[in-house]
Design a protein around this ligand. Structure first.
Ligand code: ADP
Ligand code: MG
Length: 294
């Protein structure tokens, strides 16, 4: 369906070069990248703008703070949290902790991990292992999102997210991303997540892809993937538009999660959103954008 260069052009598909030259360069000013490339700054600015975000439990900035990590984690009555690099991308370095046992902490995939192993992981984050350009980084410890019932059925051991592409403050395309056994609790397609196209009017699942192949059922849960409607869809779109406006960027990917108790929340904003969302929606972004008169 997507083979042949001229054919792609005819279908209004956006390639990486066109994304960079026609959308990112003219609409995203470099001076504003700082806010979206650092998830600590994104979170603080979102709170000021009244956009809901997962609660920040702690940030770890120096290796010395790791000695107190056991205390920092114990201060939290809840045993669920997520550790992530402030400057990470594509799901890199994200560790989802779902509980605690006598042997240690329980990861989303059921694996037990000890405190020294978590300290080692954070030490790697601080060293820049997952950061853009390998620069020194900060580790974020934040509230773990609790899945709504629909997502518990659809996803495998992790939290799905909704990716919205917002162009000129208007939502133009949407995709639900589902964690799989292979993706380790993260929804990113590059980690092995499933991408599911969403209709813009009501957030209904339309087509699903895994590694660019169309599928109809989740391979790990057997759950049928098509025909589901996202709850709180208007709120999801509203958060996307507010996030793009807050970031002062004209072409962005906004990641939103749905918490069982707190509703839709902003996870992050991407200044260089990937282009696979077109395959999950069987439509090119250029075609979509021009059909909307933008
Ligand atoms: N607070 C959280 N609770 C549960 N899962 C999370 C949380 N933060 C991130 N994740 C998982 O990791 C994925 C990637 O998170 P994100 O913050 O967008 O980082 P990245 O920049 O690496 O894409 C999410 O889609 C979700 O599956
Ligand atoms: Mg993301």
């Amino acid at each position: 369906m997507f083979s042949g260069f001229h054919r792609l052009k005819d279908m209004g598909i956006m390639g990486i070069n066109s994304r960079n030259l026609d959308f990112i360069a003219p609409h995203n000013r470099r001076q504003y990248y700082r806010l979206v490339d650092d998830k600590v700054i994104t979170k603080k600015t979102a709170i000021e703008a009244g956009i809901p975000v997962p609660e920040l439990f702690a940030t770890i900035e120096y290796q010395e703070q790791l000695k107190r990590l056991g205390d920092i984690l114990a201060q939290r009555s809840c045993n669920q949290f997520v550790i992530k690099p402030a400057k990470g991308s594509g799901g890199g370095g994200i560790m989802v902790i779902k509980g605690r046992t006598a042997a240690g902490y329980l990861r989303a995939n059921g694996q037990v991990i000890t405190l020294p192993e978590i300290q080692y992981h954070i030490s790697n984050i601080l060293g820049g292992l997952y950061a853009l350009g390998g620069a020194r980084d900060v580790a974020i410890i934040e509230q773990c999102i609790e899945n709504i019932d629909l997502f518990d059925k659809l996803a495998f051991q992790g939290v799905p997210d909704i990716r919205l592409v917002i162009y000129k403050n208007t939502p133009v395309m949407a995709m639900l991303r589902l964690p799989t056994l292979a993706s380790g609790g993260r929804a990113n397609l590059h980690s092995g997540g499933i991408g599911v196209g969403l209709s813009m009017d009501q957030g209904m699942t339309t087509n699903a892809i895994l590694h660019n192949q169309y599928i109809t059922h989740h391979g790990d849960t057997d759950a049928p993937l098509l025909g589901h409607i996202m709850p709180d869809w208007d709120q999801v779109l509203d958060i996307g538009v507010k996030a793009a406006h807050m970031a002062k960027l004209g072409y962005v990917g906004v990641d939103i999660v749905l918490d069982k108790h707190h509703g839709p929340m902003l996870l992050e904003i991407n200044a260089r959103p990937g282009i696979s969302i077109q395959i999950a929606n069987r439509q090119g972004l250029k075609a979509r954008i021009s059909s909307m008169g933008l």
